[in-house]
Design a protein around this ligand. Structure first.
Ligand SMILES: [Zn+2]
Length: 167
């Protein structure tokens, strides 16, 4: 029963989501993040780890919210740095979240090969965030490594954003 009801839930969410991205031109950025027309990988993570459903939902919603049209500069009241996108700031540069960032990088480093974390580390903040939001990378990982990466994306994007906005 549990499996059936969550499948229905995911199918419903997916249908709704597909309709939304097709109707609204605001989703152009989202389409850039989410290139492949298939359920966001976060849903797969949530199917494997049902307790991460809230986090998966969050990352998918964030993909719909990222706009690069907004170029207002905001002063962070937590670390004093300037930023334009709160999500990118929270994930990549806010000093207030450096403990979570260290923890996240430790986890990423544990995904072998080491060249993968070197690759991630070489990306610009914006590109790094887009990869985390999409839970997809062109870097060649085996199935287990990819799953682990997607699990970490879902878990940590939520952690970064919630800690940032709830403090
Ligand atoms: Zn900050």
């Amino acid at each position: 029963m549990e499996t059936n009801s969550s499948q229905i839930y995911f199918e419903y969410e997916l249908k709704e989501w597909q309709q939304r991205i097709n109707i609204d031109s605001d989703f152009n950025i989202f389409k850039k993040i989410h290139k492949i027309f298939q359920p966001h990988p976060a849903w797969t993570v949530a199917l494997d780890f049902p307790y991460l459903r809230k986090q998966a939902n969050h990352i998918v919603s964030l993909c719909c919210l990222v706009h690069n049209t907004n170029s207002d500069i905001i002063l962070c009241d937590k670390c004093g740095k300037l930023f334009t996108d709160p999500c990118i700031h929270a994930i990549s540069s806010c000093d207030y979240l450096s403990d979570i960032r260290d923890e996240f990088w430790c986890e990423l480093l544990c995904i072998n090969p080491i060249t993968f974390s070197a690759f991630l580390g070489s990306l610009a903040d914006e590109d790094f965030c887009y990869i985390l939001l999409s839970c997809e990378t062109e870097f060649e990982l085996d199935c287990e490594q990819k799953k682990r990466f997607q699990f970490l994306c879902v878990t940590y994007v939520y952690k970064f954003c919630k800690t940032f906005s709830h403090s």
